[in-house]
Design a binder for this molecule. Sequence first.
Ligand SMILES: Cc1cc2nc3c(=O)[nH]c(=O)nc-3n(C[C@H](O)[C@H](O)[C@H](O)COP(=O)(O)OP(=O)(O)OC[C@H]3O[C@@H](n4cnc5c(N)ncnc54)[C@H](O)[C@@H]3O)c2cc1C
Length: 430
Amino acid sequence: MTRLTRRAFGLSAASAGLAFAAPATLSAQTQARLVIIGGGFGGASAARYARIAFPNVAVTLIEPKTSFVTCPYGNLLLAGERTLPQITHSYDGLKARGVNVVHDWADGIDATAKTVRLRGRATVAYDKLILSPGIAIRWNAIEGYTEAAAEALPHAWIPGAGEQTTLLRRQLEALPDGGVVGFAIPPNPFRCPPGPYERISLVASYLKRHKPRAKILALDAKDAFSKQGLFQDAWNELYPGLIEWVPLNKDGKVTRVDAQAKIFETELGTRHRVDVGNVIPPQSAAKIAIDAGLTNETGWVPVNPRTFEATRARDIHVIGDANVGQVMPKSGYIANSTSKVAVAAAVAALEGRPAPEPTVYFNTCYSHVGPEYGISVVGVFRPSENGFVETPNSGGVSPRGPLAEQREQRRLEALHADAWYGAITRDAFS
Ligand SMILES: Cc1cc2nc3c(=O)[nH]c(=O)nc-3n(C[C@H](O)[C@H](O)[C@H](O)COP(=O)(O)OP(=O)(O)OC[C@H]3O[C@@H](n4cnc5c(N)ncnc54)[C@H](O)[C@@H]3O)c2cc1C
């Protein structure tokens, strides 16, 4: 591996247009090449951090979309408290930092030749690849839940350009007062453990203000969930009688949907007719990770917990929701914090150094539950023999107690959540 001058890197960056030309190699240079697939929380954070910490490394980010709509704060959009532009972030900041942003799909990875094949047919060579492609929906894991069905019963769990979240918002606006909003919630593991319950809370907040006779029916494939006590306290205090949560042991698992008739059918055959239906289906790592043979029988990618290198391929580090990651949650926070560890480990390996120590991974998941009402859970994790462990007594949830006593705490946590959103999106995209 030889080093490249800044001028040569500039030329390489400018060659992004080649992605649309006949088969070619994008980077004809020999500077250490870090290629990142996926410009979401993990990938954008990795690209930005790599440019800051390792300015001699050439960084290419492959991402089809020209701007990124975040899942976090999408639930506030559903409640009418954010607009799409407020949760959309451009890649201009990364480009200004010298990241070579290639707007295309990665269609295949050749781990032997160390190349990525783009849909535009160009080939990008790498010394180290960081993969942060997020999740895929497991279509038909719930019978009848297909891509076509998602047009009637949106998942709004992969934002794309915001189409699914906007569709669900429009459906809520059109809901008749007295109608039923149904949620189908998946078993673990899935993207953002508290996300469905934040969504239920914020939809309840919207209904309370605009459709006070409407109800929520939340059918869950689990018996317990993240921040459960805090959420249920808030539901009782803020939205009494509005939300019915049905756990697995009360026949809450949805196994079949009829998208046209808007029917959720459970394991024991109970059929629930809803007016608006949000299906949050079972998930796996994104297609590119599966196609590259990186996933195991769980559908997620096993990784070395210190370096995030995939156990099934050398020089490919997999971060964010796509890796097995347990017991860490699949969160934007974890994707961001682990991205830096993965980049540092990848560059260290290229330079013949051991991966940096110590390795500790932090997470805080905030949830908005209503106006000026925020709650959170904190976790600190470490690598272990078989994956990740939570450090004992390292985290915890917001204090419980009657709203009258906790009002100031809840108000502050809502402000902290807003500050977190601003900070993490700057840390990824600016
Ligand atoms: C409703 C909701 C609320 C949430 N709230 C929070 C929260 O408050 N806090 C929190 O920490 N987390 C939250 N999350 C979770 C968070 O969104 C995810 O954990 C995070 O986005 C994971 O980052 P990632 O990089 O793995 O994937 P993503 O952020 O989804 O990024 C993946 C990117 O890869 C791209 N991609 C996929 N395949 C390819 C390919 N073949 N070629 C090129 N590019 C590709 C995609 O276009 C996408 O831009 C929430 C999630 C949801 C659904």
